[in-house]
Design a protein around this ligand. Sequence first.
Ligand code: SF4
Length: 331
Amino acid sequence: MGEKLLEVKNLSTYFYTDEGVVYALDDVSFDLDRGEALGIVGESGSGKSVTALSIIRLVQSPPGKIVAGEVLLDGDNLLTKSKAEMRHIRGEKISMIFQEPMTALNPVFTVGHQIMESILIHQHKTKKEAREQAIEMLRLVGIPAPEKRVDDYPHQMSGGMRQRVMIAIALCCNPQLLICDEPTTALDVTIQAQILELIRDIRERLGTSVILITHDLGVVAQVTDKVIIMYAGKVMEYGTVRQIFTDPLHPYTAALMRSIPVIGKQTERLNVIRGMVPSLSKRPDGCLFHPRCDEACELCRTVRPDLINLPDGRQVRCHKYTDKWEEKSHD
Ligand code: SF4
């Protein structure tokens, strides 16, 4: 077992809206070792992005509020830190990259200026040293001729190059944890593959721990060691990539797997998961997935399943893996 970097314990984040309380994240726990990569997978509204925003304390408040739990980084609870302390932790210890690099980069400054800004805020360096480091960072993320491109404005770069610049900004203070929120969704397929390769390469070269948030199970398979499957603000299944891909236990995970298109295997229709993620302010009774689950029984409709720890280290939230289901489903 590796050395733990991040421990998220019983984290709950709610949004207090006119329509009622939105249970965006409900009692979520997981941990991450140094140098390890974890994928968090789910549809829109599953709570995966709120998980990331809660870890780095960027949940918009109001209406959002972290109502319970702990986020321990090196044993230090981030939820007790002041805003000023969190500003230092973001950038120096944890960095995040977002889906759309064009909106995250400032169009009126060169990319070099924006990388240097981050270096000058967090490190005691002269402008000359910061510029040299900015060029090195561009080289690290695979930008050709970085000495020239450092003076480009974001609009002079392609979408893939801009995402590389975002990764350079995120890495310039050598963070322990890099959180990537749908980092390839806005990019062409071939560029997606290059960015995933870059994230994998950085993790290997720098030993950075990575949390990769995505709706695409295929993406986590390429980059991460472990996977959390989230649904309606809760962890539904947790396991290694191999376990999840070879033997998905939860009916939702199995449905996600069936919805991945397979090249060369033509079916009449793409397998989609019927129904929609429930409203998080009006959650169904029982298992949150039961309105969409083909295996639901009476117990599923009335009793919320707990997350069950299995002997092989996996976790699954489904009555199928309790004795009660056996009795009820055959009534
Ligand atoms: Fe389906 Fe029941 Fe398992 Fe929920 S608890 S996933 S409804 S079988």
